[in-house]
Design a protein around this ligand. Structure first.
Ligand code: PLP
Length: 389
């Protein structure tokens, strides 16, 4: 049976070129980068090279890149670090209702510690309104955190504009760029952000390695305490093979950015066109104007996204409902809820994300089986359109 992976926003396979770079660092090149003999120095050089590769992808300098254990850790470090560093200045944080749980749950934790958090509403197309940010700022605001690209609906948020508002009020700005990285061009200097989170496994690198960009001159308190690794800011012996893999994945992403975007956009648009054209009572969530090139988030009225997912899986097709994290609970997506999508329609929503290894044949196969699945489920549905829901 054909296997079709359409969940690239959940994770990506490690590219062959990336794996090839990583492998020697498990075995012969295993030296601890902190060791002073040649074997250690060679490992340190490999870490430095990767730091440069990741920095290049976002227009940063290598000294502004700190490797972490994952994208979630980068988000945690940014928000807890800022909260701790600026606690004498204020206790108010502004974020949005559509952030990843790594940000939302960190903010909820801070609320329990006495911080105040404003969760900005978004428009029905998923965009954060700059005026809403301006209106939420108080004298106590110490951090603004808005994600660059949403993981469920793919919206590309107006970060540069939002940063300008933050700058005017001299407030620190963090962005979760885990979904943006390698899918939209990023230049931290042009954007003006202070902090930016990244993760390797969403860009064809290994799982369990992330990075935080911290603007030169900014020093947040450490999040992991211990040895002097990462220029004294993030302790723990470096995850050498993964760092090397992240670097290689970043280098490949930079080389292939334009062709990657074009490939994904073409297949995504074809998928959306076929589904909305050939399957009645379907609609796309989130704007199509400023959107992650591989993301299609589609509601199938009258049926459950969960059932679609399971029947597609039975045909070898992997998709997701909501985000990978929320799909394990029955709570409807907080992102679609923030867009104002009615709860019964949220339950009928599926996220398809295409990537570098997706082909047109994959899309055709998926839509063909999807048409049968949707038809079958709707016949069984108690709220079928013909029955007048
Ligand atoms: C995947 C993801 C994360 C978490 O990254 P991990 O490396 O899996 O911890 C954070 N934010 C967004 C937007 C993501 O898509």
């Amino acid at each position: 049976m054909r296997q079709v992976y359409l969940d690239y926003s959940a994770t990506t396979p490690v590219k062959e070129e990336v794996l090839k770079e990583m492998l020697p660092y498990f075995t012969e090149n295993f030296g601890n980068p902190s060791s002073l003999y040649t074997k250690g120095l060679e490992s340190k050089e490999a870490v430095d090279k990767a730091r440069e590769q990741v920095a290049n992808l976002i227009g940063a300098t290598p000294k502004e890149i700190f490797f972490t254990g994952c994208g979630s850790e980068s988000d945690n470090w940014a928000v807890f670090g800022a909260a701790e560093a600026l606690k004498d200045k204020g206790n108010h944080i502004i974020t949005t209702k559509i952030e990843h749980h790594a940000m939302l749950h960190s903010c909820e934790f801070l609320e329990k510690k006495g911080y105040k958090v404003t969760y900005l509403d978004v428009e029905s197309d998923g965009m954060v309104k700059p005026e809403a940010l301006e209106a939420a700022i108080t004298d106590d605001t110490i951090l603004i955190s808005v994600m660059m690209v949403n993981n469920e609906i793919g919206t590309i948020e107006p970060i540069k504009e939002l940063v300008q508002i933050a700058k005017k009020h001299k407030i620190l700005f963090h962005t979760d760029a885990v979904q943006a990285l390698a899918n939209v061009p990023i230049d931290v200097k042009d954007l003006g952000v202070d902090l930016l989170s990244m993760s390797a496994h969403k860009i064809y690198g290994p799982k369990g390695i992330g990075a935080l960009y911290m603007r030169k001159g900014l020093r947040l308190p450490n999040f992991i305490h211990g040895g002097g690794q990462e220029m004294g800011r993030r302790a723990g012996t470096e995850n050498l093979p993964s760092i090397v893999g992240f670097g290689k994945a970043a280098e490949l992403a930079q080389e292939n950015l334009d062709s990657h975007i074009e490939h994904c956009r073409e297949l995504r648009d074809y998928l959306v066109e076929r589904i909305t054209g050939e399957i009645p009572d379907t609609f796309v969530n989130g704007t199509m104007e400023a959107r992650h090139p591989g993301n299609a988030n589609i509601t199938f009225k009258y049926i459950e996204g969960e059932s679609i997912l399971l029947l597609l899986d039975y045909k070898g097709v992997s998709v997701s409902t909501g985000s990978a994290c929320s799909s394990k609970s029955l709570k409807p997506s907080h992102v679609l809820d923030a867009l104002g999508v009615p709860v019964e329609m949220i339950h009928g929503t599926v996220r398809f994300t295409v990537g570098d290894f997706t082909t047109k044949e994959d899309i055709d196969y998926t839509v063909d089986v999807l048409k049968e699945i949707v038809e079958k489920l709707r016949l069984l549905s108690p709220v079928n359109s013909e029955k007048g829901w």
